[in-house]
Design a protein around this ligand. Structure first.
Ligand SMILES: [Zn+2]
Length: 118
């Protein structure tokens, strides 16, 4: 079978279902870890910021520190620990991800978030 997004050959064991699509792990994680709306300007400004300095908003800093100290963590753990909504997390995490500070990964049956270099 093939990933419906990037057409990579995948085995049934490596496939993930999302909104009726069969996806490879990379594409699945991309969707799960990405904000709901695609904002090219946010990606651009995040990259630009990263190349100049690594200044994060206080909320991004808190997420980064939490993942750094306690990660890998699930979305539920992070939201509970920081008392933020899933949407707030996704929006802030997208910046951390674009800056290559943090990433999503699949552990057993859960998506977890960890530092990019881990
Ligand atoms: Zn794919």
């Amino acid at each position: 079978m093939k990933c419906e997004k990037c057409a990579t050959e995948i085995s049934a064991d490596d496939s993930y279902e999302h909104s009726g699509q069969t996806l490879c792990e990379d594409c699945y994680l991309d969707i799960v870890a990405a904000p709901k709306t695609c904002d090219p300007w946010a990606v651009y400004s995040a990259k630009k910021t990263a190349s100049q300095d690594m200044r994060l908003t206080p909320e991004q800093q808190r997420i980064f520190e939490l993942i750094k100290n306690k990660g890998p963590l699930t979305l539920g753990q992070i939201c509970a620990d920081l008392d933020i909504s899933e949407e707030e997390f996704r929006n802030n995490f997208a910046t951390l991800r674009h800056m290559e500070l943090a990433k999503g990964c699949k552990m057993e049956d859960q998506v977890c978030f960890m530092l990019f270099d881990d």
